[in-house]
Design a protein around this ligand. Sequence first.
Ligand SMILES: Cc1ncc(COP(=O)(O)O)c(C=O)c1O
Length: 377
Amino acid sequence: MTGVAPPLEPIPLVDLKAQRETIENELQAAIAKVIDRCDFILGEEVDLFERDFAEYCGVPHAIGVANGSDALHLACRALGIGPGDEVIVPAMTFASTAFGVSLTGARPVLVDVRAADALIDPAKIEAAVTTRTKAIIPVHLYGQCADMEAVCAIAAKHSVAVIEDAAQAHGAVYSAKRAGSLGDIGCFSFYPAKNLGAYGDGGLMTTARHDLAERIRALRNCGAPVKYHHQEIGLNSRLDTLQAAILRVKLRHLDNWNEARRQIARYYHGALRKNPEIELTRHAAGSVYHLYVVRVKRRDYVLNTLNAEGIGAGIHYPFALHELGAYAGLEHRRGEFPIADDWARRCLSLPLYPELASNAAYRCADALKSATAAAGG
Ligand SMILES: Cc1ncc(COP(=O)(O)O)c(C=O)c1O
């Protein structure tokens, strides 16, 4: 026996294996059923999952697609957005929010986010509206809904559509309604690490409008409402039947998993809130805490310190949209969206997944406090 303590177990940002172990039997049965039936493309499970998810969100239509990025692109296409048009997006989000716009030939118009929660700032939207504006895309970042009352009021005033980017907000609630039921079209991603994640890529679109649902169904299937009747140029962007079967199993657990996330977030909040060196993100009650993001000074030092201790902290996201090479053509200056810039420079995400044990969360909070103290606040 030596006196050296064993190395501590690494704590990942997300642990997909821990979750799989809790639903292994249900998953195997669902996967076996699809393989047995061989209805791999737009099979029965896609139809059933679309119904389940529509009911869960409280909308009449849900249409499975290949991923969240396609969902955003197809939402713009379904609304007839194209060259010469403008769509308002927050400056702090994952790149696909804006790519969905750009891929139609329209221009994403960036609006800064709020300091307290990184959600699009409604007070800054109106100044960005022009006669070319066709839609606003509020992003429900980190698991909580944007200020939809304010966003929808501005959209209604200017007769423009609202596309919710709900890729990080499965199950989030705003004014007693679910994310995905608050705008004209809701876009979801089932990227494996999401609150509801597939075992590969997957996505889905929600809408209350029958006309949009019909068009999306055709657009995702090579533009053909009926086989070989290609009425417009569409994508092959169908939700895979195996993924739908997996997602249908996982949807039954989503509310419990989201509640577990809330509990961990409450723990982090309690452990960190008195620390002046750590700025917490404001979350509304309906948040499903896709990510637990704080802001700190000397972020990269703090991140490296945590990572060196086996804590899988991450960054969401290191760049605001106007800083991306892909958007050099928009010719924005650094500093034009100061709040988004500040989030990009100082944000840090702590490990958060439903199965995260409380002693592991304790270790993460403690390590963050030590690292920020060492960073000099
Ligand atoms: C806010 C946001 N929008 C869009 C996407 C794109 O989704 P996907 O990765 O499924 O294409 C993601 C996920 O990565 C996201 O977090």
